[in-house]
Design a protein around this ligand. Structure first.
Ligand code: FAD
Length: 428
């Protein structure tokens, strides 16, 4: 069934089906995935292509987050290569907007830095492709259903976990009551506020930034180049940053940097947002607000992405500030790293210790992403006089000096991470 969401997009609604587990003694499954966001669905599609059966449990019955924006929009080349292997890249390419040129600007339209990532591209996929996150999730669901190797159970919320040395017991709440199942391997992909992590008492050391942004997803007809533009200091936003990105369906993501600790309700009011957009597009340019909402940057990181027979992927394991489009891309790449390892262990072709390399490889990738995204936050929201003086000196020099251009950091976009300290990497 397809239904119109609050933001005017037509999204699918998937049916809940009564699982056979209600009528049997507790069943054991090779892999149970908690959460059908980017990480969980990518893993499920990956296992499907390898013939590994799984159960994916999601508390919701649709893709994306109900009542919210698309969240992620930028997908990096490495993720696009993974989607190509999983058989959904063609659909993504048809719907989304491929791009490679990014520009950083000051004043009205003064370019201080410009890149074209296509010039050094090693792949047949484009350097970046923008598309609303829920479309990717939807294509993944369709692919998983097409391959029929595992089962997605909608309206199935994990409410209790017991981690044992040899397996994990999982209690699932559904519209018709609760049941237990067991997993040889449980993969928690239930996102930022993972209740699995909480049940297991695992600490993530969260931190929340003070800077505030307001997302505006806007549809307009003005003919703009399909590029990423970032104003470091925009006169239409009281000297604060603005990002402009094209995405599917003729919608543009325009992020406005707000004052530190702004009142999030006020800055997201449609009339307040419209005034900002008019200043940017011009007062005579007609536009439609598709979605408006605030965001603040936050970080968290698990000490180990494996706990007995439970593995953590995506936002459940790590969260970075969105500058640089790393969160979803990283969850997709976690799933890509984990899929083949789980498959080899379950087929008896590798020892269980292979799965330790998942955390050895993906945790440093998460730290790398956190560091780079935090640097972008510091550039766009300098904290204290020292950082501000340095940032302004870089901007002043960037027009004429290459070395200063390299220091302009308006959100370095994610690239593939190379693993150094894994048991799978031979010492040099
Ligand atoms: C404003 C913004 C812009 C962003 N832009 C980008 C971008 O351009 N590129 C990018 O790569 N990333 C971006 N991100 C980050 C990206 O959206 C997230 O990193 C990504 O959604 C994480 O995916 P996930 O699968 O780990 O978790 P989620 O997408 O949060 O999915 C978790 C799933 O688990 C389910 N669930 C939760 N609890 C339970 C439970 N107890 N039982 C069963 N199911 C459960 C939920 O229903 C949900 O489907 C952005 C984020 C924001 C906020």
């Amino acid at each position: 069934m397809i239904e119109e969401s609050v933001s005017g997009y037509k999204l699918p609604r998937f049916e809940y089906h009564r699982p056979a587990d209600f009528d049997k003694t507790v069943q054991r499954y090779p892999v149970v995935i908690v959460g059908g966001g980017l990480a969980g669905l990518t893993l499920a599609a990956d296992l499907s292509t390898r013939g590994i059966p799984f159960i994916l449990l999601d508390e919701d019955d649709t893709v994306g987050v109900k009542g919210a924006s698309s969240r992620g929009i930028v997908y990096a080349q490495k993720s696009l290569e993974i989607f190509d292997r999983l058989g959904i890249y063609e659909k993504i390419a048809e719907k989304g907007v491929a791009w490679s040129v990014g520009k950083s600007l000051v004043g009205k339209n003064d370019i201080i830095y410009e890149f074209d990532a296509a010039k050094k591209s090693p792949s047949i996929q484009p350097p970046f492709l923008n598309i609303q996150q829920f479309y990717i999730e939807w294509f993944l669901v369709d692919r998983i259903n097409e391959l029929k190797t595992g089962e997605i159970r909608w309206k199935s919320r994990v409410i209790n976990i017991k981690a044992k040395q040899t397996h994990t017991c999982v209690e699932v709440e559904t519209p018709e009551g609760t049941y237990w199942l067991e997993a040889d391997w449980l993969v928690d992909c239930s996102g930022l506020a993972s209740s699995v992590r909480e049940r297991l008492g695992l600490e993530t050391f969260p931190e929340k930034g003070t800077e505030r942004w307001c997302i505006s997803d806007i549809r307009f007809k003005k003919d703009l180049p399909l590029e990423r533009w970032t104003w470091v200091e925009s006169p239409v936003n009281d000297g604060r940053a603005v990002w402009q990105h094209p995405m599917a369906d003729g919608v543009w993501r325009i992020d406005f940097q707000m004052k530190l600790d702004s009142d999030v309700e006020y800055i997201s009011r449609p009339d307040v947002c419209e005034e900002r957009v008019k200043k940017l597009l011009g007062h005579d340019e007609p536009f439609e607000l598709v979605w408006v909402g605030p965001w603040a940057s936050r970080t968290h990181l698990l000490d180990d992405f494996r706990h007995h027979r439970v593995l953590f992927a995506g936002d459940s394991a790590h969260v970075f500030p969105p500058l640089g489009a790393r969160g979803g891309n990283s969850g997709i790449q976690d799933a890509d790293n984990l899929g083949w390892k789980l498959a080899l262990v379950l087929k008896g072709q590798a020892q269980e210790s292979l799965l330790n390399t998942y955390s050895q490889e993906r945790r440093p990738a998460a730290i790398h992403n956190t560091n780079l995204a935090s640097r972008s936050v510091r550039f766009l929201s300098p904290q204290g006089e020292g950082q501000r003086v340095l940032r302004n000196a870089v901007i002043a020099l960037a027009k004429n000096c290459d070395f200063a251009q390299a220091m302009i950091n308006t959100g370095r976009l994610s690239t593939a991470f190379s693993y150094q300290n894994s048991d799978l990497v031979a010492p040099e």
